[in-house]
Design a protein around this ligand. Sequence first.
Ligand SMILES: *[C@@H]1O[C@H](CO)[C@@H](O)[C@H](O)[C@H]1NC(C)=O
Ligand SMILES: *[C@@H]1O[C@H](CO)[C@@H](O)[C@H](O)[C@H]1NC(C)=O
Ligand SMILES: *[C@@H]1O[C@H](CO)[C@@H](O)[C@H](O)[C@H]1NC(C)=O
Ligand SMILES: *[C@@H]1O[C@H](CO)[C@@H](O)[C@H](O)[C@H]1NC(C)=O
Length: 900
Amino acid sequence: MTSLCRALQSALALLLVATPASAFTLNPADHQPASSPRSRTRLDTDWRFHRFPSNPDNIAYDLRPDHANLTTPPQILKPWILPSANAFIADPSNHHTPPPSSSSSPPPLPTYASPSFNDTLWDPVTLPHDWAIAGPFYVGDGVPVGGGMGRLPSQGVGWYRRTVSIPSPKSPSAAVARSRYFLEFDGAMAYAVVWVDGTLVGGWPYGYNSFRVDVTAQVRAAVLRGKGEGRGEVVVAVRVDNPVQSSRWYPGGGLYRDVWLVTAGEVAVGQWGTVVTTREGGVARVETDVHEVEAGTGAVGRKVAEFEGRSVALGKGERKTVNGSVEIKNPRLWGPWPSQTPNLYVAVSRVYVDGKVVDEYSTEFGIRSLVFDSDRGLFVNGERVRIQGVNQHHDLGALGAAFNYRAAERQLQLLRELGCNAIRMSHNPPALSSSRSPTAWASSSSTRSSTPGSARRTPTTSTSSSPDWSEPDLRAFIRRDRNHPPSSPGASATRSASSTPTPRARSSPAACAPSPSPRTPDPPVTASMNYAKPTMPFPAEFDLARASATRPPTPTSPASRPRPLPAFHTAFPHKMIFSSETAAALSSRGTYLFPLTNETARPVSDTLPSGGGDPTLAYVSAYELYTAPFGSSADKVFASQDAAAPYVAGEFVWSGWDYLGEPTPYYSARSSYFGIVDLAGFKKDRAYLYQARWREDDARFAMVHVLPHWSWGAAREGEVTPVHAFASADEAELWVNGASQGRLRKEEGGVTSYRFRWDEVVYRPGEIRVVAYKGGKEWASETVKTAGAAAGLRLTADRETFKGDGRDLSFVTVEVVDGDGNVVPTAGNAVAFELEGPGQIAATDNGDPTDMTSFVSKERKVFNGLGLVIVRGNSGAKGKLKLKATGAGLKAAQITLRVQ
Ligand SMILES: *[C@@H]1O[C@H](CO)[C@@H](O)[C@H](O)[C@H]1NC(C)=O
Ligand SMILES: *[C@@H]1O[C@H](CO)[C@@H](O)[C@H](O)[C@H]1NC(C)=O
Ligand SMILES: *[C@@H]1O[C@H](CO)[C@@H](O)[C@H](O)[C@H]1NC(C)=O
Ligand SMILES: *[C@@H]1O[C@H](CO)[C@@H](O)[C@H](O)[C@H]1NC(C)=O
């Protein structure tokens, strides 16, 4: 530990601990002193759950259009939920008061919230839990949940119940009387309402925000009932409600992130109550504002002996902000991979009453300077960093919305292999950042943060909650993540908001301020503007200009126009510009359709005639030249970015991974075609197109990737079968069965600026080989052979040893191979999986957006040769797991995994 404390002008102690070079090893829990009453207990086990496809108890947060024909209108809980927002509403005169208990309230206790309800027959579940992911999929038209939302049963009402034991303090009654208790929900989808021992304690409509409810009164009462032994039990009941058509993509359903019991002192730091800012270029000074020091019973903060400073007097229920600053000499800077290191610090705020520590709160932060240069792009600690980013949805493929650290880490690791250095979590506050994203530079984003569930596809299903929740949703989202050095909160703009600044857009930058001090440009506030023009007033409201890729198609120029970067640069000469949603290219991994377009980008839709898509099979060709009608190919985006260099700071590609829902262009499918990586985590050819650009000069990643596969049947012999290569090189030569097809050079401004293409090649079985050259020297090579008939299976685990903690995962790839061990790239064999030992098959997948086999099925067809099995070790398990794969006519495969 480096000694870093200097003057501190408040009743707070600041402990700053420099971390080792890695951002992952820091564990704030290590710094908790025994004297602090603050504790955080994860409540992931022992829940009982039941889903009701339709409203079982005639309760609703608010009246909705789908209630229109009910004979008995539902009981509305909104007045009792609104006060949960108060901590996130700046103006006290706008705070909500619950209805007086004497009137019609509190509302009748729903059966399932009653502590005495017998839930024995409900399903036992472990959190995080997504009730919809197991399916079954809704197939076809006229179903309750269509392709847009992933065809999974996310709609309905879910009830969760569990008994929570109160940890037993040493001197029970006194300690309990001096402690305060909260239930923290990292995310509950959606319209969560929480009862404890039959009392409605609050809730939060928007399913992606984290929130907490105060359960101090219920816990104290329970401990009193526990006859002074300091032990008590409370029954927690949570109701979540997903209206039909509540989302534009797959929302998941239920308690899909962690739930915590938090114990804090009677005087305590508020929820996400610290803000650390660095000044003077971010390298010399740290200031800590502690918001909302809350008092329960008129306690008074006293002067702390060690530190020169003020004491803070707090009345009952009062909140105050105190601040302090220290100077850190020679700080280790947080900086993006690969040239810099993401060093983190932790600030420990201690609250003292009568000289005793009554609360201690750790805040991780990094010290870095960010310069948003309108002419030269983004500078981090003085180094220009091109944003090589992707957009990521919240789901984890076959695991659904249920957050899993390892699954999220795997997504980021695969993206980093390509050279990706930035993530835009679209379009909601992620689970990710609270788990410390290993990616260098992340940008959070919320689409219309006020809209519960997520953005609405059908305006008629909107609720009236938006005006009530726009401010608290935005403040809560920002406060949770504002100290994360890579975070930049953003608001996404709706179509209508792009043309006129709504009051909400105007208030967004203000709500992003570390209240109550005036807004500083760190972090900057941005909005993604998919239909904005530089002449509109809306873009002027924000610190950074974000030109989105998407714009409406026109009949004459569907996908080939450059983005309006120069126009934005001219209109906002003092704002840094970057592209927040680029490309929207489409492909199905390993599927190639003929004939191939001779253009650099070609739109595909379910109605447009185009060689790029097969509406019957619902696949899009993976030559990686096909796009949504509103989008553009990777090649085309690279050209527009390069034309705007050096002032454009970079791009966020739509999208990094495929995700559930939004299966443009084929709504008969269940997951997207946009990903650089497919839903199962297999790289599409496009991944190598990005790697070739994002790791262009990195000799350790010298590469060439050739497509398509070369295992066409007799029917293609003699047919034109174009061969393309993606390489971080400037020249490449192709040989087909030993005959050179010519050595090509990348040419600026043509169809071969970012790829090599031999479009006249005629297919004959055998092999194709590409050798790439850089500066005239051989740089990389790749050979693709014609595979024989499918003969066997092969299993490969990403990690053969993993933790038996009930959460950690091993991702096992299954390949169908020929007699020589070559993957058969057209194989679609059905494979059955069996696991022996202390674990489970959590899910299977293959990356095929049209596959309606349940994700929990232990039998699945491979898609173009590949399949995936996700294995989870049981909690507390140790030992060997044997995974076996069998398929008709194929040699079986087996792999041994170890959990420890
Ligand atoms: C209510 O009933 C009307 C008339 O039958 C119908 O048109 C409408 O779709 C119904 N609304 C809902 C939400 O079911
Ligand atoms: C709860 O229900 C189960 C299943 O019906 C029953 O076996 C059990 O006795 C019930 N418990 C109580 C306390 O009534
Ligand atoms: C810290 O608090 C003092 C007293 O309220 C105030 O005068 C000062 O401006 C604050 N400093 C910062 C950086 O907010
Ligand atoms: C593509 O092919 C069409 C039709 O054969 C032709 O008119 C067009 O000029 C070609 N475009 C390019 C870029 O070669």
